[in-house]
Each structure stands twice: as structure tokens, then as C-alpha cells.
Design a protein around this ligand. Structure first.
Ligand code: ADP
Ligand code: ADP
Length: 225
């Protein structure tokens, strides 16, 4: 799915990422853990084609997008990637249905096909009956279900989730992780940042970031203290 070779990233004189190497296979479910400020968001912004100013090489499906312009990049993000955030990032004046439909608005698919796609993901995330509700009428867990539905409605190859359970209690977190697990079992690659080791257990593999450096589970961070 993707390959990162010797990636580095600096904000001015501050080194946020250093010598990052990472390969993620098609169909993998990877957790990225690390303390606050360690570089997790910086890394997934690069993986999600949201940040193009880094050193080293990043290949997504074998392609290097470093020189690609912003319009084309947002197209590629829309077609291939789905994003889920800690704070859902839903549009508050839109209904559940309209929020989920957003990624399809500019797609050339016929309207009835769009409707089928939206209804399909609403069922997948267990939100049938909530289509007309506004996000504020839903629980946190339900709002995250809307965000997941929006992320998968275009059937992306890769879902990038940044602390998807960070705002949820542990029971709701489990429900959300069950959804990610099902998506992964259906073939979608998942990369998830989390602080929560219970949540990381749903992943096939965990890597750790500390001070901008990446460690595999085999070489525990502690060995590098
Ligand atoms: P995490 O997601 O692990 O909390 P981040 O990737 O957000 O960490 O940040 C890594 C480091 O880079 C932090 O020390 C943060 O203060 C710094 N940083 C992040 N974004 C910027 C920025 N735009 N300008 C300067 N420093 C930044
Ligand atoms: P959960 O157990 O998932 O945290 P809640 O206890 O928050 O759910 O909500 C239970 C039910 O109440 C849900 O079906 C949700 O749609 C509804 N609900 C929650 N908050 C609101 C609200 N502010 N306005 C209307 N309905 C709400």
C-alpha cells in the first residue's frame, strides 16, 4: 500500500520527524502510538498527502506525489483515502445523510448510484433511521459513525484515523473499533493513531513514535532510552 523511506520533517530549526522508515502492506491494520508532541500527526499528514514538504521518499501505491499540484492531490485524496478524526469534523448544519454524501458531491456518478452508496454505508455503520438527524442530535459514538461513513463512502483503499476514539468512552470505543475491524476484514487498509493501548490491540501491528523517531514493536521504545 505504501512505503516510507528516510523521511524527515522540520519546522524551522525543530526536527519533528527523523529517518522514518515504514512499509504498510495492502490489507494491513497498523496502529501508531506515541506521546503527545512525538510527531504522529506530522507523519499521518504526510501519509495522507496533506503535507508535501518533507525530505526522503513517500510512495503511495508505488507512486510519488511530491511534485503533484494541490488540485490533483485533493482529487487523489478524495478517490483513494478516507480520513477520520478525534473530533469527528462533521458539518453541524447538515443532516447525517448530507454529511456522508459530501465526498460524492463532485463525483460523476449518477444520482441513484450515489444514493445507493450512501445508504449502503449508513447500514454498514449502523445508522439506519438517523439519516435526517443533525450531528448535535447524536451521541459521540454516533457522530463518529457518521464520520466513518463519510470516510468510506468513496470506497477508499486506505483509511487514516487520527485518535478516532479519543473523545469516546471505552464501551463506545469498542463499538467504533469493531467497525474499523470489519472494514479491515473487508480489505481496506487502516492506519490509526491512538494513545490507548486497548484500542491499539485491534490493530495487527503497532509502531511507536518518540521524539520524531519510529520504533517497531520488536524494538520497544524503552530500549532506546
Ligand atoms: P503528535 O501528533 O504526536 O502530538 P505533532 O506531529 O502534532 O505530534 O507534533 C510534533 C512536534 O512538532 C511537536 O513538538 C509540535 O509542537 C511540533 N509542531 C507541529 N506542528 C508544528 C508547526 N506547524 N510549527 C511548528 N512546530 C510544529
Ligand atoms: P451513547 O450510549 O451512544 O453514548 P447517548 O446515551 O448519548 O448514546 O444517547 C442515546 C440516544 O439519545 C441516542 O439514540 C441519541 O440519538 C439520542 N441523543 C443523544 N444526545 C441527544 C441530543 N442532544 N438530542 C437528541 N437526541 C440525543
Amino acid at each position: 500500500m505504501l512505503k516510507v523511506t528516510n523521511i524527515g520533517k522540520a519546522y524551522g530549526k525543530f526536527t519533528a520527524l527523523e529517518d522514518i522508515n515504514l512499509e504498510v502492506a495492502d490489507g494491513e491494520f497498523l496502529a501508531i502510538m506515541g506521546p503527545s508532541g512525538s510527531g504522529k500527526s506530522t507523519l499521518i499528514n504526510i501519509l495522507g498527502l496533506l503535507d508535501q514538504s518533507y525530505s526522503g521518499e513517500y510512495l503511495l501505491k508505488g507512486k510519488n506525489y511530491k511534485e503533484v499540484n494541490d488540485n490533483r492531490l485533493s482529487q487523489i485524496r478524495g478517490d483513494q483515502l478516507g480520513f477520520v478524526f478525534q473530533n469527528f469534523k462533521l458539518l453541524t448544519t447538515y443532516s447525517v445523510y448530507e454529511n456522508i454524501e459530501i465526498p460524492l458531491v463532485y463525483s460523476k456518478k449518477e444520482q441513484h448510484n450515489k444514493q445507493t452508496l450512501v445508504e449502503d454505508v449508513i447500514n454498514k455503520v449502523g445508522l439506519a433511521g438517523k439519516e435526517r438527524n443533525r450531528p448535535s442530535e447524536l451521541s459521540g459514538g454516533q457522530q463518529q459513525r457518521v464520520a466513518i461513513a463519510r470516510a468510506i463512502v468513496n470506497r477508499p483503499n486506505l483509511i487514516i484515523a487520527d485518535e478516532p476514539t479519543g473523545a469516546l468512552d471505552s464501551k463506545t470505543s469498542k463499538e467504533i473499533m469493531d467497525i474499523f475491524t470489519k472494514l479491515n476484514q473487508a480489505g481496506t487498509t487502516v492506519i490509526m493513531v491512538t494513545h490507548d493501548s486497548e484500542v491499539a490491540k485491534y490493530a495487527m501491528r503497532t509502531v511507536y513514535i518518540r521524539d520524531g523517531r519510529l520504533y517497531s514493536d520488536a524494538e520497544s521504545v524503552k530500549n532506546h532510552d
